[in-house]
Design a protein. Structure first.
Lengths: 168, 792
């Protein structure tokens, strides 16, 4: 159910609020109107443009980030909704300049072409392995059903996730 | 040094994409930028009575609102068709004007009528809602099949007919049909698709008042071509004052070939308001206004002898152009379609007749495969039907009509330089365990399921294309490609290419080619593309042309570098240039141990000083520096080919089609990077299978797009596919020095008929249109039950 106050916030967007998050290990505090989507907040307020916007119906999954460790389509949440959370975006997946095993596996097995769906796909896949250490092909395909890729036909993405599972 | 060509080299572009450092157009923000929102027609066909912007102008943050009147007053040109096609009777095609902002009439839902420019996106959106457009709504024409009977959409274009084109010889075909034992005929709808690159279109236009230059960042597959069109036809700015940059582009599939309304409007308006303007399409705008693909209605016939020899072929097609003819709109259903209509077969007589019609729908243009998927679908459905009606095995029937020798003079236009279609068929059958199918069919039957197998043998004409040939057929430009290879004094190499990568991996594959040609480590080679300020000119990426045309330009420029290097080495080592050989990055004087590395030669070319004992390394007549350019114009198209085999299992209770197995055996000539080629095949297959089983763009009778979001348009997802089984045969192309043919479109060309042949096989030969949705298939299963019951 939509809270009545949301209508005002979503439609008008007039109320400015302070958004405090920990993004990729760094504390950030920014003023933003209360109707700012998390995806917009990351891209426009924090210049973290690795999180992509591929649709307007929360279908494509290009904007998936982790909120407190769980994957979320960042266009489905207001920044204000997740106030106080820890966010990890694609920019925060490397450690000390070394790519995450999932990123390595995507590179090794050609799990990306144009790169646009890739950040969301990788963030989603990382969460899958957090929840299921050795997923089957079917489980991988089912999990990634919410991430649309137009380039790869998914086969090498599935292979990359399996490869990453052996490295994590 | 080991050759990199042919190796599975990991991609140089991947790290930035995987770490969120890609730079797509929507990621670009310029100082003091404004935001544009387009006011679009909600009607498929209407005349514009009045536009009132008074209220909108008073809305907060509005910088400017511009309409079709201002754009006409400034003499900004419209969007154009890139190919002039003549009708069978010799008359020129008929094209309506297509202003970037509609002034008098709108012709499809989404046709832009005004642009609102404001300080913020939210303010632009709010103001756009206050623009009042008074329309007189007119009856829309939306059906491809009935377009010629509808109201005239564009003044002066009778029957909404752009052209009525013929390729081939009607009389010869008649004679062939008169001799036939049997005529197989088929009616086909090639469903309309929406390309759906995952990155929505976007542009950021900037004006520099000091240099009077416009810079346009845009989601384009061909920035130089866009600049040419915007300058020569759009009158936006002279070419030297217009820079077009296509940075990282998130997929194209043909949808980003065209210059779009927004590119022209934002560039023009940025100069007008003297500020940068950013526009990013929402997905719903992409659905409405990106070019769409396919949309043919076809009747085709094949004349055969009783033992299965093909005698003649005819194809009568109505092709929907949508509201306007765009860059590849008119060539897609003609020269990209007709010449491939007879497929991989020796058919003595053939013709293809295409009536291209306007409707009140989004413009239809080149989408992955462009014309060749439609051609292949028709002939391969027809051949499959012939196999059923003649009772000849579907693979045997095909083999019986394959050419026996190469070059293969194909019926209508092309001379195919190389191939071995029988070898491809045999390998595909083996890979797919074709022999074991009947046993698998029985297993499925035992579970109450219907199993079908479908085959397609295809060829395609790509590597687009020899300029002389395409210009004689009506193309407005030559389709060569350029490359520039620059050595830095310290030995690294920058290659500028006119091709554009939006997923195709040029940064890697082109670097592999240059590394082999020059003997320079791949790490020291950069491929630069996508900016009209970098590189002379380029025709861009489409029609599987990047490697077969752009790649060869790189090879040729590298060869010129090596030639100069030989002359310089000879001078430095006091030898004859003819005695200098080049291998693995070293210039060696034959029958001696004297040599120079290419790095030393490059360094010498930049430091041709004369001092004390040091003499100039430059031979007389050679200038300093080491940089070469090639403009390569291919001598022929290239002709990938192959055989694909699919197996489906249908649940007759639900009509659900499960694609059980998909085998692709392709001949792409020489393969530069097997990993990249595999990715191209997978992606093409996914789009082709998408067309067969899931995707469909549908307009209602008033011209509203019923499939305007990912909630309604069925994009294929990860759980829709089996693991593809892919393999290759390899015959080198004889018309280019690399022996390459191209691989980007094959999957999208071969997969639709392969899958549909399997579905229809499972349904006992009952025709089903694409996409084979559960509803259609379920109905066919019911019919099958009835007819089986009758037979019993």
């Amino acid at each position: 159910m939509i809270k009545s106050s949301w209508v005002k916030i979503l439609i008008k967007g007039e109320i400015m609020g302070k958004i405090s998050l920990e993004v990729n290990g760094r504390k950030v505090e920014k003023e933003a109107s209360d109707n700012t989507l998390l995806s917009t907040f990351l891209r426009e307020h924090l210049q973290l443009t690795g999180t992509h916007i591929g649709c307007d119906t929360s279908q494509c999954g290009a904007c998936v980030v982790h909120v407190d460790g769980n994957s979320l389509k960042s266009c489905t949440a207001l920044a204000a909704d997740v106030n106080g959370s820890k966010i990890t975006t694609i920019e925060g997946l490397e450690t000390n300049g070394k790519m995450h095993p999932m990123q390595e596996a995507f590179k090794k097995l050609h799990g990306l072409q144009c790169g646009f769906c890739t950040p969301g796909m990788v963030m989603s896949a990382v969460d899958l392995l957090q929840k299921n250490k050795k997923p089957s092909d079917t489980e991988i395909r089912d999990w990634l059903e919410g991430n649309i890729c137009r380039c790869t036909g998914y086969q090498n993405i599935v292979a990359a996730v399996k490869e990453a599972a052996t490295k994590m | 040094m080991a050759s990199l060509v042919g190796s599975r080299v990991e991609r140089k572009e991947d790290k930035r994409f995987l770490t969120g450092k890609g730079r797509y157009t929507a990621d670009i923000n310029l100082a003091n930028q404004t935001y544009a929102i387009f006011v679009r027609s909600p009607h498929a066909r209407a005349s514009i009575k009045k536009i009132n912007i008074d209220k909108a102008l008073k809305s907060s943050g509005v910088v400017s609102i511009l309409t079709g009147k201002e754009i006409a007053d400034d003499k900004i040109g419209g969007l154009i068709a890139g190919w002039a096609i003549r009708s069978e009777d010799g008359t020129e095609m008929k094209c309506p004007g297509n202003p970037p902002l509609a002034k008098d009439n709108v012709n499809f839902v989404g046709d832009p009528v005004a642009v609102v420019i404001a300080e913020s996106l939210a303010e632009a959106k709010e103001a756009a809602e206050k623009v009042e457009v008074d329309y007189k709504v007119l009856k829309a024409v939306t059906s491809t099949a009935d377009a010629m009977n509808g109201d005239t959409i564009h003044e002066g274009i009778d029957k909404n007919l752009c052209f009525d084109w013929l390729l081939g010889d009607r009389q010869k075909v008649k004679e062939a049909f008169d001799k036939a034992d049997k005529v197989i005929s088929i009616d086909i709808i090639n469903n309309r698709l929406i390309p759906n690159a995952m990155e929505p279109r976007a542009c950021v236009a900037d004006y520099n008042a000091a240099s009077e230059e416009i810079t346009l960042y845009t989601t384009s597959q061909n920035p130089h071509l866009s600049r040419l069109i915007m300058s020569a036809f759009g009158n936006v700015a002279p070419e030297h004052k217009l820079r077009v940059v296509a940075p990282d582009v998130g997929g194209g599939f043909g949808s980003k070939i065209n210059v779009y309304n927004e590119d022209i409007v934002c560039s023009w308006a940025a100069k007008k308001i003297n500020r940068a303007i950013k526009w990013v399409a929402e997905r719903s705008e992409s659905f409405l206004t990106d070019i769409h693909g396919r949309d043919h209605v076809t009747h085709a016939e094949l004349a055969v002898t009783k033992d299965g020899k093909f005698l003649g072929f005819k194809n009568e097609t109505i092709a929907n152009l949508g509201a306007y003819a765009r860059v590849f709109g008119t060539v897609t259903p003609t020269y990209l379609f007709g010449p491939c209509a007879t497929g991989v077969y020796e058919i003595p007589a053939a013709y293809t007749n295409v009536k291209a019609v306007y409707t009140n729908t989004a413009p239809v243009d080149a989408y992955r495969g462009a014309g060749r998927p439609e051609a292949t679908y028709t002939i391969e459905r027809l051949v499959e039907k012939a196999s059923m009606e003649l009772g000849i095995d579907k693979t045997e029937l095909r083999i019986k009509n394959f050419p026996t020798a190469f070059p293969f003079k194909q019926t209508l236009v092309h001379t195919v330089d190389s191939g071995d279609y029988v070898a491809g068929m045999e390998k595909a059958k083996q890979m797919a365990d074709y022999k074991g199918f009947e046993a698998r069919r029985k297993e499925s039957e035992a579970k109450g399921k219907l199993r079908g197998i479908g085959v397609t043998s295809y060829f395609e004409a790509c590597g687009i294309a020899p300029s002389a040939a395409v210009m004689s057929l009506g193309c407005g430009v030559g389709l060569w490609e350029s490359a520039e290879v620059r050595f830095n004094p310290t030995g690294q190499v920058t290659v500028y290419t006119g091709s554009h990568s939006h997923g195709q991996s040029h940064q890697t594959t082109f670097a592999q080619i240059a590394a082999d040609e020059l003997g320079v480590p791949i790490e020291n080679i950069d491929i630069v593309h996508g900016d009209t300020d970098k590189g002379t000119f380029g025709m861009g990426t489409y029609g599987s042309r990047s490697l077969a045309v752009g790649g060869i330009a790189i090879v040729n420029a590298c060869k010129k570098i090596v030639e100069k290097g030989k002359r310089v080495t000879a001078k430095m080592l006091e030898a004859n240039p003819e005695d200098v050989e080049f291998k693995d990055g070293e210039f060696i004087v034959s029958k001696s141990n004297k040599k120079k590395t290419i790095g030393e030669v490059a360094f010498a070319c930049y430091l041709p000083g004369v001092r004390d004992e040091m003499k100039s390394p430059l031979p007389e007549g050679d200038e300093p520096g080491l940089k070469e350019t090639s403009f390569y114009d291919p001598s022929n198209f290239s002709f990938p080919a192959g055989t694909h085999i699919a197996e489906v299992e249908i649940d007759p209770e639900t009509g659900h089609v499960k694609l059980e197995k998909y085998t692709a055996c392709d001949d792409f000539g020489r393969i530069i990077n097997p990993m990249v080629v595999e990715g191209q095949v997978h992606g093409g297959l996914a789009q082709g299978i998408g067309q067969a089983l899931y995707e469909n763009a549908e307009y209602d009778e008033t011209g509203q797009l019923m499939t305007g979001s990912y909630m309604d348009y069925t994009m294929p997802r990860a759980d829709n596919f089996p693991e593809f089984n892919i393999g290759y045969t390899c015959t080198h192309a004889t018309t280019n020095p690399l022996g390459v043919k191209g691989c980007g479109e094959a999957g999208a060309i071969a997969a639709p008929p392969t899958v549909m042949n399997a579905v229809i096989d499972a349904l006992g030969g009952q025709e089903v249109t694409m996409p084979a949705t559960a509803e259609k298939v379920w109905k066919a299963c019911k019919n099958l039950k009835k007819s089986n019951a009758k037979a019993a």
